[in-house]
Design a protein around this ligand. Structure first.
Ligand code: PEP
Length: 242
């Protein structure tokens, strides 16, 4: 399997910044054959990214839990799909913690993804408090439970909340421990990405772990040089494996 590198731009970049960054990514991808690239721009740039990204696919950062109608400010799975998204991030920790998304809401979104031909990337992860109080597996299992009967094809992203945007990455061994647990729940065919302060210095160690199939990258995906390095390092790793 090629390493999967997914970028989550969050609520960043103007339209011209987004356009420039896509240009840099296209340039970097010219020399790279062995990466599955997924780009998650803000909703208002989905169309732009889908039109201009040459080698990669697009993810919406979120979709509404409703199929359509009077929900001001929301974007439906069908709308994201029609603007070029192939994937949708669901249950990102910022959605769970800032916008109080529950597993029930996420389950509805999973169904809508399936109904509209979007592949969900379900984000799961524990807070430091949950980890320190021995609740790690319970939290992860509860978050994975939404997949039962609601998703046919999906990815999982393990993103420990304490590692997102903090500069504190899980060590490859610590991440692998949780990935192996997730693997035991979801099975072999499901790609499992790691996310949480991934950068050009730690990507190699993380992707070398047997159950880490790729990375979901926030902050470092906004820096053109660093993101290009991440793509190159990941591609070189895959070549070594094959
Ligand atoms: C993310 O937003 O999914 C993420 C992992 O962010 P960062 O890489 O900045 O920690």
């Amino acid at each position: 399997m090629k390493p999967i590198i997914a970028a989550n731009w969050k609520m960043n970049l103007t339209k011209s910044d987004a356009s420039n960054l896509i240009g840099h990514i296209n340039h970097a991808m010219n020399d790279i054959a062995n990466i599955e690239l997924i780009l998650g721009p803000s909703h208002c740039y989905l169309d732009l990214a889908a039109t201009h990204l040459k080698r990669g696919v697009i993810a919406a950062q979120n979709i509404a839990e409703f199929s359509g109608g009077a929900y001001t400010g929301e974007i439906s799975a069908q709308m994201a799909k029609s603007c070029g998204a192939k994937y949708a991030l669901l249950g990102h920790s910022e959605r769970r913690h800032v916008f109080h998304e529950t597993n029930e809401m996420i389950q509805k979104k999973l169904v809508l993804c399936n109904d509209n031909g979007l592949i969900p990337i379900l984000c799961v992860g524990e807070t430091l408090e949950q980890r320190n109080s021995g609740q790690l597996k319970t939290v992860i299992n509860d978050q994975l439970d939404v997949l039962k009967n609601s998703a046919q094809v999906y990815f999982v992203a393990y993103e420990p909340v304490w590692a997102i945007g903090t500069g504190e990455t899980a060590t490859p061994e610590l991440a692998e421990e949780v990935h192996a647990h997730i693997r035991s729940v979801v099975g072999d065919g499901v790609p499992i990405l790691y996310g949480g302060s991934v950068n050009a210095s730690n990507i190699k160690g993380l992707l070398s772990m047997p159950n880490i199939d790729g990375a979901l990258i926030g902050g470092a995906s906004l820096k053109s040089d660093e993101f290009s390095d991440i793509l190159k390092i990941s591609a070189a790793l895959e070549r070594k494996k094959s």
